[in-house]
Design a protein around this ligand. Structure first.
Ligand SMILES: Nc1nc2c(c(=O)[nH]1)N=C([C@H](O)[C@H](O)COP(=O)(O)OP(=O)(O)OP(=O)(O)O)CN2
Length: 141
C-alpha cells in the first residue's frame, strides 16, 4: 500500500459541554496541525498517489472553512462538542466528498479506471502530547 501525506494547520476557538472537559468547558483556543494521509495499492499512470500540490491545495481549502472561527457559532456544528475526534471526522467527510468529485484529479477518484484512492486518514495534532485521527476506506463512486 502506498501513502502520501500532506500537512497544514488551522486555528479555532470553541468550548465544550460536560464535566469531563474541566476547564475546557470555557471558551479556549486551539491550533491543530493536520496530517492528511491518502492511500492506494497501485500508483497512477504518472507514478503518483496524487500530486502533492493538488493535495496541499485541497487541504488548505477545507481548513480555510474553519480557520479563525469560533466553532460554538458555526451552524453546521450546532449542539455538538467540536472535539479533536469530531473535527477529524468532519474533515474526513468533507475531503472524501471533494475527492469523489474530482478535486485531486480523475486518477484519484475512488473506483476510477486506474483504481483511484482506496483509503484516507485525517489526523489532528492538538498539542505535542495528543492527537486524534479518523480513518476509513473510500468507497468507489
Ligand atoms: N478525547 C479528547 N479529550 C479532550 C479533548 C478532545 O478534543 N478530545 N479536548 C480537550 C480540551 O479542548 C483541551 O485540548 C485540553 O484541555 P485540558 O483541560 O488541558 O484537558 P486535559 O484532559 O488534558 O486535562 P484536565 O486534567 O482535564 O484539565 C480536553 N480533552
Amino acid at each position: 500500500m502506498f501513502t502520501l501525506t500532506v500537512r497544514d494547520h488551522f486555528m479555532i476557538a470553541h468550548s465544550f459541554r460536560g464535566a469531563v472537559f474541566g476547564p475546557a468547558q470555557a471558551l479556549h483556543g486551539a491550533t491543530y496541525v493536520v496530517d492528511l494521509a491518502l492511500r492506494r495499492p497501485a500508483l497512477d499512470p504518472d507514478g503518483l498517489v496524487v500530486d502533492i500540490g493538488l493535495a496541499t491545495q485541497l487541504l488548505r481549502e477545507e481548513l480555510a472553512r474553519l480557520n479563525f472561527r469560533n466553532l460554538d457559532e458555526a451552524p453546521e456544528f450546532a449542539g455538538r462538542n467540536t472535539t479533536t475526534e469530531f473535527l477529524a471526522h468532519a474533515l474526513f467527510e468533507r475531503l472524501a466528498a471533494r475527492i469523489a468529485a474530482g478535486a485531486l484529479g480523475p486518477h484519484a477518484v475512488p473506483g476510477s479506471a486506474t483504481g483511484g484512492l482506496t483509503a484516507m486518514r485525517v489526523t489532528l495534532n492538538e498539542s505535542h502530547v495528543a492527537r486524534a485521527s479518523y480513518e476509513a476506506a473510500l468507497p468507489a463512486a
